[in-house]
Design a binder for this molecule. Sequence first.
Ligand code: NAD
Length: 431
Amino acid sequence: MAKAKETLNPFEIAREQIDRAGKKLNLDSGMLEVLKNPRRELTVHFPVKMDDGHIRVFTGYRVQYNDAIGPFKGGIRYHWNVSLDEVRALSCWMTWKCAVMGIPYGGAKGGVICNPKEMSKDELERMTRRYASEISIIIGPEKDIPAPDVYTDSQTMAWIMDTISMNKGFAMPGVVTGKPLVIGGSLGRDEATSRGMMYATREAGKKVKLNLRGASVAVQGFGNVGSHYARLMHDEQGAKIVAVSDSKGGIYSDKGFDPKEVLAFKEKTGSVVGFPGTREITNEELIELPVDIVAPCALEGILTSENAPRIKGKIVAEGANGPTTPEADDILHKRGILVIPDILANGGGVTVSYFEWVQNLSEFFWTKKDVDEKLEGIMVSAFNRVWDMRGRDRPRRRSVQVAWDFPLGARDESPRSRLRGRHPTERVVPP
Ligand code: NAD
C-alpha cells in the first residue's frame, strides 16, 4: 500500500514532534495532552480604512500556547498564508525554543492574513494599530510580549508600542521587543537571530569537523534572518556564500559573493535576482545545491520527504521556524546530515528579545559587546545541552524538568515575582 502523503499542516507537524519527543522523554499521556494544546487563542476581525476610502475587514490571531516558565512571547507575522493552525504551530515552537534556550518565557505567536507587499505604509500602520488594539486585552510586559516575524519589523513594533502606550497614558517599552533603538530597542536585536545561528553553526561545524573558513553556504530567504546570517558567516567566519534567494527567486555563483553587496542590490531593485556575476536559480534548486551548509531562512515546510533524499549539505541550519517535516528529519538523520533544529538554531532572536525586555524593565541599557557576549554564552550552552541530549538515547523520567533547567539560575522564583521585585539584570549572566 502506498504510504500516505506527509502532512504539511504546521500544527499537525508540531504535534507529531511533541509525540516523538514525548516518547523519547517517557512523558505520560496526560502531560502530552497538555503540551499538545494551546492555552488560549484569540481570533479578531477588524475594519481598516484603505487609502482609496473603502473599508476592508482583516482577520488576525494571537495564540498563547504555554506560560509555565514565564510570560508568553512570540512574533507577529503578516502574510497571505497566515492561518490559525500556522499561528498555533509557531506559538508551540516558541514554547520549546524558550525552554531550550533557558529563557524565562512561554510561547505565543500572532499573525494577520494580509499581503503587506500590496499595502501602502499608511494602510499597514492603520492595520497594525487596529490589530494591536484588538489584542491589547491579552498582551502586556508581564503577560505576552510580541516581536517581529515575517514581513513585520521594528517599525511595526513601534506602532504597536505607541498604540498600547496611548491607551495606558505612559510609554510602555516592555510591551514589545525588536523596537527601534530610540524608543528602547536593544543594540544587536536586528541581527540577533542570525548571530545566534552563526554561533550554533560554528559549534555544529566543530562536531562534524567542518572548517567554516571557505565552507560553502546556501541561504534560502534573504530577509532579516537570512541576510544577516549570510553576512555574519561571510564576514566573521570566512564562509563562502554561493547562493541566496527571496520570494522572487535565487542566485548562484560557485565563486561566491559578498552578501552586503547583494543586500545593497536588493534594496535598489527589490530582489536578489539579477545580481551581477550570478546565475538565476529557483528556490527548489537552492535547497539541493552541493554545498556544505544549507540554511532555510524563509518559511515552514521546505524540506520534505520528497527533496530530503537529494539534500547535499553536511549541515542544515534551520533559520526559519518549522522548515523540515518529521519525515524529512528521519531521512536527513539516516543520511548523516546534521540538522540544527529551529528551536535551537534561531533561538538567538528570542534571547536578545529577552535582553531587550530586561533592559526596558530595568531602564539600564547594555553595549553591543555586552549583548553579543551574553548571546554567545547562552547559544553555546544551549547547543551543548542539546548535543548531550542527542547523545543519550535512553528514556528519561525526569526529562520534563529540562524546561526548568535555566542556565540563568533563579529557578526557585517565578518569573513574575522576579518582575515585581528584583533588578532583572542580576540574573543575566552567561551560563
Ligand atoms: P523577513 O520577512 O524579514 O524575510 C523573509 C524572507 O523570505 C524574504 O526575503 C522573503 O522574500 C523570503 N521569502 C518569502 N517567501 C519565500 C518563499 N516562498 N521562498 C523563498 N523565500 C521566500 O522574515 P524573517 O524575520 O527573516 O523570518 C524568516 C524566518 O525566520 C521565519 O520562519 C521566521 O519565523 C523565522 N524567525 C525569525 C526571527 C526574527 O527574529 N525575525 C526569529 C526566529 C525565527
